[in-house]
Design a protein around this ligand. Sequence first.
Ligand SMILES: C[S@@+](CC[C@H](N)C(=O)[O-])C[C@H]1O[C@@H](n2cnc3c(N)ncnc32)[C@H](O)[C@@H]1O
Length: 396
Amino acid sequence: MSHKNLPPAWNRVKKHAVFPEAKHDEIARYNFLANLNRYLATVISPGNKIAYEKRVRPNFQNEYGRDFQNREEVHEAMKQDQHYQTWSALRRCAMEMRQQAGRSMVLRQANELAQKAQVLNQGKDTLKLNPDLEIPHYIQAVDHHCMPGSYYTEIIKEDVTAAANYDSGLFVTTAGLLGRMNDGGGRAIAQWLKNEFPEFQPKRILDIGCGLGHNVIPIAQAYPNAEVIAIDVAAPMLRYGHARAQDLGIKNVNFMQLDGANTGFANESFDWIQTTMFLHETSSKALYKIMAEIYRMLAFGGLTLHIEQPQYTKEMDLYEQFIRDWDAYYNNEPFWSKMHDMDVKEILLQTGFQYNEFIQIGVKAVNDIPEGQTIDEAVEDYGRSPIWNVFGAWKN
Ligand SMILES: C[S@@+](CC[C@H](N)C(=O)[O-])C[C@H]1O[C@@H](n2cnc3c(N)ncnc32)[C@H](O)[C@@H]1O
């Protein structure tokens, strides 16, 4: 592997007051896993394409007298191939090891992390939790991307460990491609909106499924006069996210524990409603409800935008659809496949938006890895690369 393909060292992650403390061996584990991920993406994964072209596809054509018709057929056939089996098993193991590395690191300091967050959160009215909120079944039923207990589980009082694990390990899973604050998506969308629509000055912004706020913070920074509301169902993400925002000096974001499908906010009360890497983790039933709720909450002249991995379209090659679908089968992403199959324009039309107000653009994460660190942004790691599809609509 050439040095150009090496991921940046984990110590490039920007630390803040609630960031977990990492010991020498924990850092070494994270660095090993980032490198393993990069090695799998650059050296082993291209062999899948060769296996497909040279063995799997010709064998299928010989046996059935026709080509593949859909990605499910490709998956069934590729599953039998030893190269794919090896890559897939290694990728799954890398994810399990990454979760184990992060989880063990944050569990040993669970009480200290909770205390650090409490100090920053105490007495602030910008964090509103609701212990009675029902966590949607589709969230409770899954340990998302092999994350033990997913986003919402609490094992001690005032727990923030789920968020601390997510925050410290995302840099590893994405091999640094989202930037030092893992906020490349939010930075890219804010930059795009400011460039394209400089006259658009949203006064109230809502971010649904904000997690620990990686991508809503740059939006709040780009529009410092706006009141930003960041909602999530998971209390650990909100506690940690609010404390992190306080430490970063961000004052215009309110973190609230709410379900995006039923927020209770007034009709037409937001100018911009954003989701980032969120929709693929909702059930399709919830997704329709959330979209209807967005239309209801959005003011006329307002905008909704959604950052996601690319949709599977008729134009997308079947091999690419198949390889992008890996997460659905092997990385606890049960809604990934169905969501990326949806006609997003149709959904927006069904929930009230107008045909000619639809927006679809490609956006690449803004990356701020300091000079001197090698980073090859051309690496394609299907489902991990920060080259996104952004869709949405104006409400008029
Ligand atoms: C992949 S994370 C999103 C990350 C975040 N948007 C970012 O940019 O860093 C998905 C988040 O959506 C939250 N979530 C899932 N369903 C939700 C719902 N119906 N309402 C609000 N939040 C939800 C989860 O708790 C989780 O924190």
